[in-house]
Design a protein around this ligand. Structure first.
Ligand code: KG4
Ligand code: ZN
Length: 334
């Protein structure tokens, strides 16, 4: 079975051709540049940029793969959650090809595909915990099986990636600020600034990052944006984030232990899983608890169409082919 998939939920336009043996014939990820100077994704600009590039990269993918469009058995696309304009462009494009070729169209949930992404390159044990850290979502999930994913806690305000980007903007970085902040933090002192850790003492698995962002803003306003300041503040922010994530992982493990659920591995998925500092701190903590830490492949960490194809291959196509499926910016995992 050969799948053609599209991802356009935010600011990456991506297409992939993958077969049921996980062979990737082509995978193209185009990261939009138009948002660089805006400090975040501008939905209208994102929609226009998807529209400009989608046909071009689809043609390129078929050329690279040496496959014909008529070789495709199933068409898939992200249908939510995400920005409605971008979602409509990718899903309508893929669905139109499916209709024209009389093949099934499979709608994919973006969050679910991030959560399934580490099962592409790892033999995962179930149940496991999944820490989802993207630009739009932050949550902790109990993955009982590929089909049974339970949300244990999530952010009550900003997502972690978004917080990285907003703090990056305060520090003068281009969007997305996350990767640059990690780079600048390398030379900094991670205990230079004592930052707040919201909800860390609450007995739940929810997160809150907006107060942390405000605290950083107050410090920025009182200081010169010189290199040392930027490096120390970036480093202290990452230290604070790691502390919050580790505390919440601890609470999740305790909660599951009281329910007699044995967890031996934790996956970290989404764009922020690229961050080596955070990964290392969590890994060090988990080592002392004898728990494995698992990541997707590098190409499946940030938004990409390969994880959409992989999600599609994990579905029973007869259950979910739905030519009338509507894009939904707030799509939830069923
Ligand atoms: O999963 P993703 O590609 O898109 C969404 O589904 O939202 O995540 C994008 C987010 C951005 O906020 C970006 O700044 C962040 O991931 N990110 C990072 C790093 N690389 C990407 N954040 C921190 N450190 C990084 N190295
Ligand atoms: Zn994503």
């Amino acid at each position: 079975m050969l799948v053609f998939s599209i991802e356009t939920s935010c600011d990456e336009t991506s297409v992939c051709i993958m077969d049921k043996n996980k062979y990737i014939y082509s995978h193209i990820v185009y990261s939009q540049e138009v948002h660089k100077d805006h400090g975040g994704v501008v939905p209208e600009l994102a929609s226009r940029a998807h529209l400009e590039i989608i046909q071009k990269i689809t043609t390129q993918a078929f050329k690279e793969s040496r496959k014909k469009i008529s070789d495709i058995d199933v068409f898939a696309a992200t249908c939510g959650p995400g920005l409605i304009g971008p979602l409509l462009i990718g899903s309508t494009f893929s669905k139109s090809l499916a209709i024209a070729l009389n093949k099934p169209f499979v709608p994919i949930n973006h969050i679910e595909s991030h959560i399934l992404s580490p099962s592409f390159n790892n033999d995962l044990e179930y149940p496991h915990l999944c820490l989802l850290l993207t630009g739009g979502h932050t949550g902790i999930y109990l993955v009982e099986s590929k089909k049974n994913i339970i949300l244990l806690g999530e952010t009550l305000d900003d997502a972690l990636g978004e917080t990285f980007d907003k703090i990056g903007k305060l520090l003068g970085f281009q969007y997305p600020g996350g990767p640059e902040l990690e780079k600048r933090a390398l030379k900094g002192n991670d205990t230079a600034y004592d930052l707040p850790t919201p909800l860390i003492n609450e007995n739940n698995l929810d997160f809150s990052f907006s107060g942390l962002k405000t605290a950083v803003n107050h410090i920025v306003k009182k200081n010169d944006l010189n290199n040392k300041f930027i490096e120390d503040l970036s480093s202290s922010f990452q230290f604070c984030v790691s502390k919050i994530l580790i505390e919440k992982i601890k609470k999740a493990l305790n909660k599951l232990e009281t329910e007699s659920k044995k967890i031996s591995s934790i996956s970290i998925v989404g764009g922020v899983s690229n961050n080596r500092y955070i990964a290392k701190r969590i890994e060090d903590f988990l080592k002392s608890h004898n728990i494995k830490i698992i990541f997707p492949t590098k190409e499946m960490m940030s938004d990409n169409a390969a994880m959409i194809a992989w999600s599609c291959l994990n579905k029973d196509i007869n259950d979910c082919k739905d030519i009338l499926f509507k894009a939904n910016p707030r799509l939830e995992i069923k």
